[in-house]
Design a protein around this ligand. Structure first.
Ligand code: ADP
Length: 343
């Protein structure tokens, strides 16, 4: 009998998605190829009684990286620790995680691209040979001791695998990319989660929420929670198609699933930069948001759905985006900044 894993969240980790997060990999919807490969690796590691090889997940936020990372130790029946790359500022911050790691347990590092170089380098021998080099004392009295760790599995998650250094990337035995979900898959997630939330929903409404969730389970869950609130407050508690539509319209979510921030991004490129090409930093400054927010959260879906393209000179809107915004490129000035802006 696999025992229940010990969950040791980092102090700053709050699992807001806990009630709706699948507990086992087999309960996850979609990502079937990733699931099939992981299932084999998990099964083989369990049969050998060895630690599973290190795994790197990459892909836009909300697609299931953390969920996979939390299901794997449950499926293996091993312990689990969770840390965030942003909080590991120096090697000393990661030492407790490494020395506490039980044999075959999983250490999950979210946002692993945010690890400083010194921490990354400190991890290399830990990942490769399960040992760390500790420096004690300072100056002429400093000495290095070698400490052996129990074999463990590092699972890293990143929204930007391009920012990882090659040596770190190469130390992961498996690298899995998570892609956006289809509307059918999201509708299945919505239906299952409506049951968990004990709210009645018609199929059309589940599909409506799914098709307005930008291919992202986390957004489907957030939209479902909001639509449930709306149904309970403004209707009879059941989610019909019209209730779903009215609730989503009230949040400014359009039929493509774009929210006000997505549309503001498109409109900024359209009206301020006459459709582009424009660098993402310039768009971010104009919108008064960080470029990281745009790169991680806004652009992946817009690129994927062909509303924006990336060119060597920057981002450019496609005719589909202009049509969606209801703007005719012919109405825009020839050069950026030729007329006042009303965004
Ligand atoms: P990430 O770590 O990639 O940002 P998460 O794993 O935290 O995303 O996923 C966000 C939420 O979306 C989870 O809490 C879970 O409820 C839901 N979710 C993600 N992937 C799936 C999936 N394959 N099946 C069902 N729900 C999912």
């Amino acid at each position: 009998m696999p025992r229940e894993p010990i969950i040791q969240p980092a102090a700053d980790f709050k699992d807001e998605d806990r009630d709706l997060r699948p507990q086992r990999m087999q309960d996850m919807v979609g990502q079937r190829e990733v699931y099939a490969r992981l299932e084999i690796a998990v099964d083989a590691a369990a049969k050998r009684g060895e630690s599973l090889g290190h795994i790197l997940f990459d892909g836009p936020p909300g697609l299931g990286k953390t969920t996979f990372a939390m299901c794997i130790p449950r499926d293996l029946g091993v312990g689990f620790q969770i840390a965030s790359g942003a909080a590991l500022a120096a090697p000393k911050d990661i030492i407790p995680y490494l020395t506490n790691a039980e044999e075959r347990s999983v250490l999950f590092i979210d946002e692993i691209h945010r690890l400083p170089k010194a921490v990354e380098e400190f991890l290399y021998p830990a990942m490769e040979d399960f040992r760390i080099d500790l420096t004690l004392g300072e100056g002429v009295n400093a000495r290095t001791i070698n400490m052996t760790l129990r074999p463990f599995t590092l699972i890293g998650a990143t929204t930007r695998s391009g920012l990882l250094s090659a040596p770190l990337r190469d130390r992961f035995q498996m690298r899995e990319h998570l892609d956006f979900y289809t509307v059918e898959q999201l509708a299945e997630i919505v239906r299952r989660n409506a049951k968990k939330l004990r709210v009645e929903i018609v199929d059309d409404a589940a599909e409506e929420i799914a098709s307005r969730s930008r291919g992202t389970p986390r957004l489907a869950n957030n939209r479902l929670r909001w639509v449930r609130d709306y149904a309970q407050s403004r209707a009879d508690g059941r989610i019909s198609l019209s209730v779903a539509r009215d609730a989503l319209a009230m949040q400014g979510i359009d039929p493509l699933g774009l929210d006000p921030q997505d549309r503001k991004y498109l409109e900024t490129i359209a009206r301020v930069f006459v459709g582009g090409p424009v660098g993402v930093e310039a768009v971010a400054h104009t919108m008064n948001v960080s470029p990281d927010t745009l790169i991680d959260e806004v652009e992946p879906f817009l690129l994927r759905s062909g509303l924006v393209v990336r060119t060597p000179r920057g981002r450019k809107l496609t005719p589909t985006a202009f049509a969606h915004l209801g703007i005719s490129p012919a109405d825009l000035p020839a050069e950026p900044g030729q007329r006042p802006l009303f965004l």
